[in-house]
Design a protein around this ligand. Sequence first.
Ligand SMILES: Cc1ncc(COP(=O)(O)O)c(C=O)c1O
Length: 439
Amino acid sequence: MAINEMTPALQLVASPWAQHLKPSPTLAIKEVADQLKLSGVEVFDFGVGEMNPFVPVPLALRQAIAAAQLVESHSHYTAAPGDNSLLEALSEDFRRFGMTYAPHEIVICPGPKDAIFKACIALVNPAMPRNRVVAFAPSYEAFENVPPLTTGKPAIILPTDDRFFPKVDELERLLATDPTIAIIIVNSPNNPTGVVYPASLIADLAQVIGKYPQVAVISDESYRTAIYSDEPYSSIAHHLPLQTLVVAGISKELSSTGLRLGWVAGPAQIIRVIANVHGNATSSCGTDRPTDPIYQIQLARLKVSQTRRAERDMESRKEIKRQLQLRRDIALELFSSLPHLKRCKLTASQGAFYLFPDVTAFLDTRAPSVDEADAAEVIRTDKELALYLLRAAKVVAIPGSEFQRAGHLRLCYARDEATLRAGFQAMDAALARLSPASK
Ligand SMILES: Cc1ncc(COP(=O)(O)O)c(C=O)c1O
């Protein structure tokens, strides 16, 4: 009997909303880079947005993790929003950012990404009169990918100006003319551009959004402790506490991307709903299992408050920022001194840990053929340029079009100095080999 006679055809159909979900571009590129590394190729990986191991997890946290391995019999669920001692520690921590959130106004999630997802599920559904999510391009992938999954409609992506700042008047026009707007996502310091919104811009955005008290703001502050300019930390939550959900986490703040701990804070009534969504999905982040990294972090936090090391905890975030700033300075110096990188228009990164150069000077070019049988490669788009850099310089960079801004590349500079120097030089040499393509 032929196999297809024996095996009934699959009749299951995946949800069209889920089917159309784009894979995370950063994680997809990480897979390519990891494969290359496994096959022995030396890769200059400026792809995925994490700093570990080059800027390591703080020692105090690692020690607490090690100590937690000795704790016995902690294997229980917590209340849906998280263990109260951790919620209290986070509540205390928010005060350092000028915000007052009681423990019951916070939900602990497995990472900031998960917190954004659950906030969207809690706030919108397609049947609500207000059901559209707005973000500003270029933007972090989740802002484009999550809304279609929770509302069936694409996110409304508004352009930014030439400094990558939201255009307040465009937002104002949209809010005045479109009564379906439910959520506006603000992200400063910004991924992928590295810009930090000035306090005055945040105040202007708040002034406009504040006229629509039914509209929520998700303020993604995953990089709030990585600001290098003199611009003081400023959050839209300071202006609109009744409209804002603040999202943050330890991924970028404590160099702990894989430990999966984030949180969302906001008005109690909405937070209660998010906690319920969370309780029906992941739940219990911060269980007291000794092998659970989240518990270990909880323990670290507890130790912090018990031994009045709270200040030292902030100190570790300041040290991480210092480490990132050193790398940012090297990256900027290389971009201003290497002859071909210099040709990219670059807005200096003032926060987070990305450069987002405009690479249009290298589009519509031709790469030399690898051998005689090989046709010269024509590079028209940022995606083609990223592929060329991977092939010719073993440099991993993420095309700007993955962040809804074509003609750019995103480079994560949270790497060691040797990788930065060698990788940027390899990139410069590869760019030098491009010649104009005849149209
Ligand atoms: C702006 C922003 N928000 C949220 C996240 C999500 O962080 P995590 O994947 O650790 O949950 C990221 C990750 O790169 C990010 O850049």
